[in-house]
Structures are given as C-alpha cells and as structure tokens.
Design a protein around this ligand. Structure first.
Ligand code: NAD
Length: 496
C-alpha cells in the first residue's frame, strides 16, 4: 500500500505518525493509498525549513526565480497526462476533466513566469524640492496554502507558484482526500530546481491546519474550501495578525433571457450544471429562466437526463462519482429534502448506480423545477450533479433574486441583447460574470474574484492581485544634499 510522503526541507520522507487517512478510488471506495496525519514536530520542522529557506530564496534575483517557473511549466507540460491520470484515479474525474484541471494550473505557472514585470514598484521624482519617492515590492516570508479536494492540481497551483515566484517560501496542506496529485506536483517542483525548504508539503486535517494557523512564523494564509471552514480559517488567521485570502462555497445562477439562442443555452447548461458531478465551485446550480424562456425547462431536463456518469477512463462518461460516501449521502439527503419541500423532481438521479461499481459514490443527474428561495436545495451549496430551475417574469426580478443570494462566486446571462447584458454585468453583485459564457473562470492574467460569502479577504487568487497578496510594498523617500557631492582631488565619484 502506497504511503503518501511529506515534503520537508527538500526531502520526501515517511511520516513518523501512526495515524493515516485512507485515500480511495471513489468509483468503488477501495483504498489506493494512505495519507499520514503529520505530527506536531513535523509541522514545526516544515515551518522551520521554510523560514530558513526564505533567508536565501528572497535574495535570488527575480529573473532566476522566474526561470525556475519556466522549467516547472515545461515539466508540468511533459507530465501533463501522467498527472491527469493520477488525478482521475483518486478523484474519479473523467480524464478530460482531469486534463483541464492540470492545464488550468499550468496557466497559473505561466503567469508566475511573468513575475519580474509584476514586481516593479513606482517612482515619483521631486515629491518635495530635491526629494524623490520610490517603492519596492518585497516578499513576505513563509506563506501557507490549504486546498480542497475538487481541483487537486489547479488550486495548489493557484497558490505556491505565485507565492514562490514573489520570493516567499511555502507550506502546502492539500486535501486529505486526494493528496497524490499535489505530491506529484511537488516532486516536479523540486525537479525544476526549487531549493530545499522553498516548498514543503504537510498532510493531515483540521489539527494540522490549526497548528499552522497559530504558528508565529507563518505570515500569510491562502485557503480554498467550504464556507464554515473558510470562515474559521479567515477568523483564526486574522486573529493571529496574519494576512488571509479565503475562497469558499458558491451557489451560481445562470439567467436565461427569452431572446437567447436556445440551443446554445441548453447545450451549455448541461455541462455547466452536472459536469464534474457538480463538484465545481463555479458550477451552475440554479438556472433562472425569464418570461417565455421558462418553456425550455422540460427540454433542458430531458437533455440532462440523458447524461451518463461513468469511470474516469470511459471516454463516453460525462462525469464520475462524488468524492466520498459522505458527500453522496449529503447530496441524496438534499435531493430528498427538495422533494419533501415541494419542488418538482423532473429528473431523479438518486438511484443511479454503475454496474460492477455498486459500492461507489454515484449520483445520477438530477433536475428540479418549481424551486423557491425558501427551499434547502436553493439555500445550500449541494456540490453534486443537481440543477434547480426557477422562472421569473423580468430581468429586474432575476437580478434581485441573484443579489439576494448570500453567495457571489460566479454567474452568467444568456441573451442576444447588449443592453440586457450590460445591465446585468453592471448591477449584479457577483464577482465573476459570463455573458453567453456559462462558467466565467478568468485566465490567470486576471484574478479569480469571488464576492460575498464566496470569498473572505480583499486580494484574490492569481494575476496582479496575487502578487500584491504575497508581497509587501516598501516606500523609500530619499534626499541627497548637493553640498555632499565630493569635489576636488579626493573626489571618488565621477559625476560627469
Ligand atoms: P473543506 O472545507 O472540507 O476542506 C478544505 C480544506 O480545509 C482541506 O484541506 C481540509 O483538510 C481542511 N479542513 C477541513 N475541515 C477543517 C477544519 N474544521 N479546520 C481546519 N481545516 C479544515 O472543502 P472541500 O470539501 O475539500 O472542498 C469543497 C468546497 O470548496 C466547496 O464548498 C467548494 O465550493 C469550495 N471551493 C471553492 C472554490 C472557490 O474558488 N471559491 C474553489 C474550489 C472549491
């Protein structure tokens, strides 16, 4: 049985811990590896190693740091399919989805390669007579990343390449549910030339996170995961005077105007809602049909009902199982609650199972109509292949509905009207908006900008905001006195 190693001070080591967490194949829940629950001493050793490495890493010229990212990007590309296969085997994601997960991460590494230009400060000459002011962007120190199960390549890659390129050192605490992918990412990072201690990987759960959040030598915390844990991490980190950015849960609405291209809408909504088994923080989980577009609900439900889940290496499978039996039980209980609360279940995936894999965490595609704001299936993030459909009379009503929702990660509008699209993009209180684009995840030269309960903090992931998050600005105000300029035979500086 494979035991997942820790990465401390440049070495992949077996944990001294006697406590392990099973890593499973979600298609049938067989155990494929065991992840250690790192001891307190191992957590301390990882932080000490990162602290020590910072002393020299911060002095490495920014262009050399960028070159490590270039080599890393090359290695990730060479190992792209291999990483995707590891990812599929521990998450159940289809290979196509897994490749997308890896690729979106590589794009962030490409952004990290551009770090020299992003670390340039500002200057102003003669802010007062003979006085100049200029600023430098300097790294912070030891940064911490805590990541969720659903994108085990992309989300760690949102964090450590940007932080390290800025001159910081990093501790990664990946999800205990799929630690094999981040371990492979870390191996390749070392192969790319990251010096020892620059990246450390600690495995475990809440105790390891809490120890790290309370560690005096950790300067900044990046978190991606659920709302309750995100709130806890944000409060604990900031209580401990650390900088924090916490990306949390979501309930993303897509608004469908009656003038939209119907076929385009329906095709897009199928993949955006139940793709990746709905385990995407940007998945569309509520479709809001405006006016006559409400007549399309039944046709959408029929199309979603034809979607077939399957094994990761089955090219015909649209999506795989949920990550765990607990996740499956939670989704099934919410589906039942939807029925009990009076929503119409047009497609019911509760009884779905895959032949030969009956012990896996399978849930079939599910569609509800007649959903109201009071229902649990509307209020909670289901994080499964379940779409809620609602019908309203006007665009104004749709905007008010979305804005009343406490989450603000992503949203989209389908319309042929520029005026409707502009009104929506302007008035909607959601951080990422798609116009005829169902899942508007920004490329890494922008930032990933969730709002409201989907994000706690101010500076977001990747792009220029990540550089700001992982750095300090030092502003120098300088005055030189002309009568100090050396003159005569002892002159040491040739001013001409
Ligand atoms: P989770 O909150 O259960 O776990 C996230 C991380 O926190 C893991 O590393 C886990 O070990 C750790 N953790 C769990 N419980 C903890 C506790 N009590 N104290 C301290 N640490 C703890 O999330 P998950 O189930 O792995 O991921 C799914 C969630 O992540 C969904 O809510 C999804 O919307 C969200 N997500 C959000 C984004 C975004 O960008 N907003 C992106 C991806 C996923």
């Amino acid at each position: 049985m494979q035991h997942v190693p820790l990465l401390i001070n440049g070495e992949f080591i077996s944990s001294e811990s006697q406590q392990f967490i099973d890593v499973t194949n979600p298609a049938n829940n067989t155990v494929i590896a065991k992840a250690p629950v790192a001891s307190d001493a191992e957590v301390d050793a990882a932080v000490a190693s990162a602290k020590e490495a910072f002393i020299t890493w911060r002095e490495v010229p920014v262009s050399e740091r960028a070159r490590v990212m270039m080599r890393y990007q090359q290695l990730l590309k060479e190992h792209h399919d291999e990483i995707a296969t590891i990812l599929s085997s521990e998450t159940g994601k289809t290979l196509a989805d897994a490749k997308g997960d890896v690729w979106r991460g590589i794009e962030v590494v490409e952004q990290a390669m551009n770090v020299p230009a992003m670390m340039m400060g500002e200057t102003a000459e003669n802010v007062a007579r003979g006085i100049d002011t200029y600023s430098y962007i300097q790294p912070l120190g030891v940064c911490l990343g805590i990541t969720p199960f659903n994108f085990p390549a992309m989300i760690p890659l949102w964090m450590f390449p940007m932080a390290v390129a800025c001159g910081n050192t990093f501790i990664l605490k990946p999800s205990e549910q799929d630690p094999l992918t981040p371990t492979r990412l870390a191996e390749l990072f070392i192969e790319a030339g990251a010096p020892k201690g620059v990246l450390n990987v600690i495995h475990g759960g809440k105790d390891q996170v809490n120890k790290l959040l309370n560690h005096d030598d950790v300067r900044a915390v990046s978190f991606v995961g659920s709302v309750p844990v995100g709130q806890h991490v944000y409060k604990t980190a900031t209580d401990n005077m650390k900088r924090a950015q916490c990306f949390a849960g979501a309930k993303n609405h897509s608004v469908i105007m009656p003038d939209a291209n119907k076929q385009q809408v329906l095709n897009n909504l199928v993949g955006a809602s139940v793709g990746a088994a709905g385990q995407r923080c940007m998945a569309i989980s509520v479709a809001v049909f405006v006016g006559d577009a409400g007549e399309w609900v039944e046709e959408l439900a029929t199309m979603i009902g034809q979607v077939k889940p399957g094994l990761w290496d089955d090219e015909d499978a649209a999506y795989g199982p949920l990550i765990s039996p607990q996740a499956k039980a939670r989704v099934l209980s919410l589906i039942q609650q939807g029925k009990d609360e009076g929503a119409t279940c047009l497609v019911d995936g509760s009884d779905f199972t895959l032949k030969g894999y009956e012990t896996g965490n399978w849930v079939g595609p599910t569609v509800f109509s007649d959903v109201t704001e009071a229902m649990q299936i509307y209020q909670q993030e289901i994080f499964g292949p379940v779409l809620c459909c609602m019908v309203v009379d006007t665009l104004e009503e749709a905007i008010a509905l979305v804005n009343r929702n406490p989450f603000g990660n992503g949203t989209s509008i389908f319309t042929a009207s520029g005026a409707a699209a502009r009104k929506y993009q302007h008035e909607i209180e959601v951080g990422q908006v798609g116009i005829n684009v169902p899942i508007p995840v920004p490329l890494p030269f922008f930032s990933f900008t969730g709002w409201k309960n989907s994000f706690y903090g101010d500076l977001h992931a990747y792009g220029k905001q990540a550089v700001r998050f992982y750095s300090e600005t030092k502003t120098v105000t300088a005055r030189w006195f002309e009568n100090d300029i050396p003159t005569g035979p002892n002159m040491t500086i040739n001013l001409k």
